[in-house]
Write a protein that binds this ligand. Sequence first.
Ligand SMILES: NC(=O)C1=CN([C@@H]2O[C@H](COP(=O)(O)OP(=O)(O)OC[C@H]3O[C@@H](n4cnc5c(N)ncnc54)[C@H](O)[C@@H]3O)[C@@H](O)[C@H]2O)C=CC1
Ligand SMILES: NCC(=O)COP(=O)(O)O
Length: 336
Amino acid sequence: MTAGHGAKPVVAITSGEPAGVGPELCCHLASREWPVTPVIIGDIDLLRARAALTGSPVRFVQWTREASPDSALPVLHVPLARPSRPGVLDAANGRYVLELLDRAIKGCVEGEFAAMVTAPVHKGVICESLGAPDAMPFSGHTEYLAEHTGTPRVVMMLVGGGMRVALVTTHLPLAQVPAAVTPQALEETIRILHTDLVRHFGIAAPRILVAGLNPHAGEGGHMGREEIDVIIPVLERLRAEGLQLIGPLPADTLFVPHTLAQGDAVLAMYHDQGLPVLKHASFGGGVNVTLGLPIIRTSVDHGTALDLAGSGKADPGSLFAALDLAATMVAARAVR
Ligand SMILES: NC(=O)C1=CN([C@@H]2O[C@H](COP(=O)(O)OP(=O)(O)OC[C@H]3O[C@@H](n4cnc5c(N)ncnc54)[C@H](O)[C@@H]3O)[C@@H](O)[C@H]2O)C=CC1
Ligand SMILES: NCC(=O)COP(=O)(O)O
């Protein structure tokens, strides 16, 4: 049983990179009623400072499980290492950002929180803070959550603009993508996507549109062989088990409306094959959800927007959509 704040499930909101728009977006959570109780994880003084700077009337109070909800936003206080200025990254606060994630993960695993929603982090400054300015020890929440929940494979899926777009590979250099699209990676990704479309999205028999890797899905082997050597054999094997898999389809025409209408989700082979289309259709209202985890995690579809930090102009639509989706997933889990 997840600890309640009043009668509602508690959802942790990690406020993300302190120099980015995450803290000020959290202020907007007070402007709506939610079916869950959002508890913000972050430095309470930072949140108060961003509220003052952006003219938000919100009040932040320290979170206690016993307190009854009022108009103030509860905060689980985690102190910054150093005061943060909007738009100015500071590697000294990199570990603070990871502490927010660690606290939320722990709370979700132990049942204190029903789900976690993440505001954006800056991957580069976290890597710098870990003493690896030229390497990528932190490549994203998705990979971090997999590692820290002991989950061998998870799937990044973005939802927005009437689409669901999942990825076989996530944050890795483009040159490494073909080698990462292995039969095992593809099969495990499809199984997770299928299972979670049923489990979390209530789609009884999901139809998945699978992109090819190469232009024109390899043009029959004349423009690359990954479709013939890897993708088609995996799809055939899984179709024999009853999964509804359409493809491999040329990615350039997969996203035309009449093709999209034939599926419940798209599976893209890599980050920039699928996400630009979805973000074009839904930026500011899209949600990133991690499938295959033992916990529920959703996120905004945008980054730290350092250029907007402190201006109060950042759009909270994606954070709202992420919290709405997390609440829906929590409710669906409760009736299973
Ligand atoms: N969920 C996460 O933690 C994500 C983190 N990132 C990280 O964010 C950092 C910056 O990434 P960029 O590629 O510059 O993308 P970005 O999303 O931060 O910014 C791209 C453009 O969109 C605008 N924008 C972003 N969020 C907005 C909002 N809520 N309202 C209005 N306009 C908004 C920005 O002002 C900018 O012009 C990188 O370190 C990246 O890795 C990127 C995407 C997701
Ligand atoms: N493009 C998505 C992104 O960068 C956010 O990824 P993650 O931090 O949620 O893994």
